[in-house]
Design a protein around this ligand. Sequence first.
Ligand code: TGC
Ligand code: FAD
Length: 391
Amino acid sequence: LPAFDASDPLGIDDLLGDEDRAVRDTVRSWAADRVLPHIAEWYENGELPGIRELARELGSLGALGMPLTGYGCAGASAVQYGLACLELEAADSGIRSLVSVQGSLAMYAIHRFGSEEQRQRWLPAMAAGEVIGCFGLTEPDHGSDPAGMRTRARRDGGDWVLTGRKMWITNGSVAGVAVVWARTDEGVRGFVVPTDAPGFSAPEIKHKWSLRASVTSELVLDEVRLPADAVLPEVSGLRGPLSCLNHARYGIVWGAMGAARSCFESALGYAKEREQFGRPVAGFQLTQAKLADMAVELHKGILLAHHLGRRMDAGRLRPEQVSFGKLNNVREAMEICRTARTVLGANGISLEYPVMRHATNLESVLTYEGTVEMHQLVLGKALTGLDAFRG
Ligand code: TGC
Ligand code: FAD
């Protein structure tokens, strides 16, 4: 029998091929080199300095729009994209967010629903990380229920004119292009908005106590005039943005386990070193129970992510299954981080260790891309056939 591997107790590595391992190891070593030495400082300062350089490096790695094909994208498998998300979020959720929004939301929207001209214009530069994208769906008064959005696009001669506000938009202030969803006379439509368009501004949201190493912004659209071909031609209705969300949520299923792995490793290492009552705290049964439970949920979660990845690669992944994964893995990741925090005692609250940073990040991850309650209700509807969203 192979030896027991504390970092892979279920032998999940056996599910990977050589290329999968190469993707995982490349992203892991990039994050170790470019993110981990600085992340505590960035987090403390509430900034992501050098975001444009980081984006270009992520582009060189092929991490932007990774599973998309053509237009400079890597054409990787869904499993490989997932492995990359896990490694990036093991460094920090903010870095995975940058990649999710760029690839799974902004680029995916243009790739799937855009015209050939839109794809040619934006995707190669976005895949290279030369242009950063953002995705504006949420509004100040409409988060979980985007069907109520107020941002409006009206036709004026051959042009579109957009007016409204989007809120909590990742990458907003640094984006060169925004995919903005707006109400029109023909239902909800997506618009590709160059951020230098007159009337567009993206003030950064400050005072966040989560996702501090991530740019989060408001988008203000004040009579932004766009040409007729700014609309994404291939979709109308909420199916457009919600299809993009499936892909970003899928990345989070993996990513959350990265944050959890980092916390587990931190707790295990600490418990073996830290002595109390004359012995390592890892030797106490109560600590071992915590470590065992954390390992069980961590590796179950990774296995679930693999399963969903294989379904996505086979073209058989249903949105309800993505909800299943996001609901479970983010919730369990939070539990793992909180338990890890207790194992580290007072040091658990220090930025010297990654645990509290991951735990506070996961508060956002639990809410964005559909709150935990939305995913419970998606599953509840699938299980019962009854829609509990509206009264
Ligand atoms: P409903 O009536 O059920 O559906 C409307 C239309 O959409 C279709 N649809 C989907 N299509 C693809 N994938 C899905 N997951 C879909 N869910 C629904 C549906 O078939 C229908 O199509 P059609 O053609 O028949 O019209 O919609 P509803 O109004 O009842 O809402 C359902 C609900 C609540 C699940 C949905 O609104 C929802 O998911 N709300 C949560 C909103 C959300 O997740 N926002 C995320 C914003 S982006 C973000 O957070 C980025 S953070 C990124 C980062 O930094 O990492
Ligand atoms: P609300 O919808 O107001 O919900 C408040 C509470 O009520 C939640 O607990 C919710 O689950 C619950 N609730 C609502 N309706 C029901 C119901 N029917 N039944 C039971 N409970 C219900 N959005 C973007 O479009 N693009 C981005 O790039 C983006 N990035 C983000 C980055 C960060 C750091 C954060 C924190 C958010 C980001 N978001 C983004 C917004 C995010 O998607 C929304 O916050 C999320 O969808 C929830 O919306 P809300 O905050 O308005 O909460």
